[in-house]
Design a protein around this ligand. Structure first.
Ligand SMILES: [Zn+2]
Length: 306
């Protein structure tokens, strides 16, 4: 999240904009065809919609007592950074669904407003104003349908992918569900990159940003899978530290939560290696690695329960 600046607070959540987003806003009057002011207004409305989508996630998360650290607007969309999402399918399902539901709600409002305008126009002649309003409402409704629909693509870690993982997690272990969802997300990421590259060759302006999104999805999926693995390794290590046998509920058996000062080390001795991750690329993670991941994905290490 380097290089993003806070612009305000909504419902107690800090809203940030990334510097690339600011650069895009400044470039828009010069880079697009049409009237500059209209383009800027369109851009701001678009990101207002994205912000409401993220707020949808954040407010439903709050219903499950999950704090949202901040919401950041990027050139490609928004991201609500949550403290920690519990590994429970129901919770993940509702938080993920909330964003697209906001968009479909807004699209319904836009459609209703268009209908009202249409009825009023029948009796009162509004002239050119009506056409302008009609076009604006149409763009608003379409944008919401596209954003809501696009986010439902089951490409983890997009919303649709999260819903898919929640569905899988009903039948298989959370780590297994994440791994399957990430594999499928990679197929989508690959498809997006391919479409985007074709778009560059054939000059389709609408698909220009897709390779970037594909790369982002690929990396974000890998990171999320890693964070689930770390959490698993952590709880296995924690269980061993408390002498819990495999299969036993570590949380129930643990006599006391670990002190916050040394959350990864029960012995109190300093130890750089925190967890080793299974898999083809076996590597060790340092405390700094973990910290960096936590900044991105919320808390991974155990903390005291309220
Ligand atoms: Zn979303």
């Amino acid at each position: 999240l380097f290089g993003s600046l806070p612009v305000g607070r909504l419902f107690g959540i800090t809203v940030r904009v990334h510097w690339m987003w600011v650069a895009m806003l400044l470039l828009i009057p010069f880079s697009l065809d049409g009237r500059p002011l209209q383009n800027v207004v369109g851009f701001l409305v678009l990101f207002g919609i994205v912000l409401l989508h993220e707020l949808g996630h954040a407010l439903v998360a709050r219903r499950f007592r999950i704090r949202t650290l901040d919401i950041t607007l990027w050139p490609l969309g928004g991201m609500a950074r949550m403290e920690h999402i519990p590994e429970r399918p129901g919770v993940e399902f509702w938080i993920a669904l909330a964003g697209p539901l906001v968009n479909f709600g807004l699209a319904a409002l836009g459609g209703a407003a268009m209908f009202v305008l249409f009825v009023v126009e029948e009796s009162v002649n509004l002239g050119a104003t009506a056409e302008l309003a009609y076009n604006a409402l149409f763009a608003f409704t379409a944008a919401n349908l596209v954003i809501g629909g696009f986010n439902l693509i089951p490409a983890f870690p997009m919303d649709g992918g999260r819903i898919f993982r929640a569905f899988l997690a009903v039948f298989v272990d959370w780590l297994r569900a994440t791994s399957i969802a990430v594999q499928i997300g990679r197929l989508f990421a690959f498809a997006l990159i391919t479409i985007g590259v074709l778009g560059w060759l054939y000059e389709w302006p609408q698909t220009m940003f897709l390779p970037l999104l594909g790369v982002f999805l690929w990396l974000a999926g890998a990171r999320e899978l890693l964070s689930v693995r770390i959490r698993r390794a952590q709880s296995a290590e924690q269980a061993a530290a408390f002498g819990v046998r495999p299969g036993e509920n570590a949380a129930a058996a643990a006599p006391r939560p670990r002190p916050a000062a040394a959350p990864t080390d029960p012995s109190g001795a300093r130890r750089p290696e925190v967890a080793s991750i299974d898999g083809a690329a076996r590597r060790t993670l340092t405390a700094e690695d973990l910290e960096r991941l936590e900044r991105y994905r919320g808390r991974l290490r155990p903390r005291e329960r309220e």
